[in-house]
Design a protein around this ligand. Sequence first.
Ligand SMILES: [Cu+2]
Length: 153
Amino acid sequence: MKNTTLLLVSIIILFIIGGIFFVKTGNGNKNSNTLTGNVVVNGGGGGNVVNGGGGGSGGGIGKATGEEVQKVVLGMKNYNYYPSEVKVKAGTPVSISLEDSVFGCLRALSIRELGVGKYLRTASDTLDFLPTQKGVFKISCTMGMGYGKLIVE
Ligand SMILES: [Cu+2]
């Protein structure tokens, strides 16, 4: 009888230990799931928000964001912007820069109808904006000189 009781107790203890292990393993899985979820959520957020501090996975996100910017480089021909027509997509950020050859007041780039403009002193200065409205907009200097056309499709 005593042996049977001991055996039962041992079995119960084994079950308890097994249960603890089971629970621990379960918790472990839950934790790693939560972590994975966080990483994914953070990644998604990073895609929408412009942030440099993305950490390890931020590199990939940064690249993706970089590809989404429509870079436009304008030169100058006969005191007009060249190319005279530039096509961009609506809803994707545009970054316009001017070649070093662009001189005079044409460096004061302006797209009046979109309410954007900036004096681009060097080739690395950019006029950044988000075109939301489709249409054809005149690019000129802030005085209205020079000619260029921005087509937002
Ligand atoms: Cu001018």
